[in-house]
Design a protein around this ligand. Structure first.
Ligand code: TYD
Length: 153
């Protein structure tokens, strides 16, 4: 099983879409391993978006992530990183396919509803960045046999 980090961005909180977005991950069959609400700091965001530090929109993107608290969560599942990236859709909500989260709820590149880890290495670093070890739970999920074949798990 893989774990991936998702952030429900301020636009999602302010538009009252928390339940709808969380519900999509639940219905897909991903297992919630961790979740909390936090107000991000510029320092934490500089780390998180370090790959964008030379972009002209770096500060704008960081500021937009601090408009209000966000919800960070960790979802678990087979190939969860790719599954969640596909569910999120293309970065630009206007170009994201209908049926994806950004395709269904976003008209913007920046106000694009969720952040989702993009690789195994990134997911590992991001989960560590936002959660202490004892905040990420491992537990028996009673639906597991309905979600996967025996040889898939
Ligand atoms: P990025 O990591 O490239 O995309 P993704 O979130 O799909 O992994 O960019 C991080 C965030 O930066 C993105 O979600 C929205 C913002 N952003 C802009 O505002 N303008 C841009 O041109 C790009 C590429 C990103």
């Amino acid at each position: 099983m893989e774990r991936t980090l998702v952030i429900l961005k301020p636009c999602t909180i302010e538009r009252g879409l928390i339940g709808e977005i969380i519900s999509r991950f639940e219905k897909k069959g991903l297992i919630l391993a961790a979740m909390k609400m936090i107000w991000l700091t510029d320092k934490l965001l500089s780390e998180h978006y370090a790959h964008l530090k030379d972009q002209p929109f770096f500060q704008r993107v960081k500021d937009a992530m601090r408009v209000c608290p966000v919800i960070v969560c960790c979802w678990e599942g087979l190939e969860a990183i790719e599954v969640v990236r596909n569910m999120a859709g293309k970065t630009n909500g206007r170009l994201a396919a209908p049926g994806t989260i950004r395709g269904d709820y976003s008209m913007s590149v920046q106000e694009n509803i969720v952040h989702a880890s993009d690789s195994v290495a990134t997911a590992e670093a991001e989960i560590k960045r936002f959660f202490d070890e004892d905040e990420v739970y491992t537990y028996t999920f009673s639906y597991l046999s309905n979600l996967y074949a025996n040889d898939e798990k």
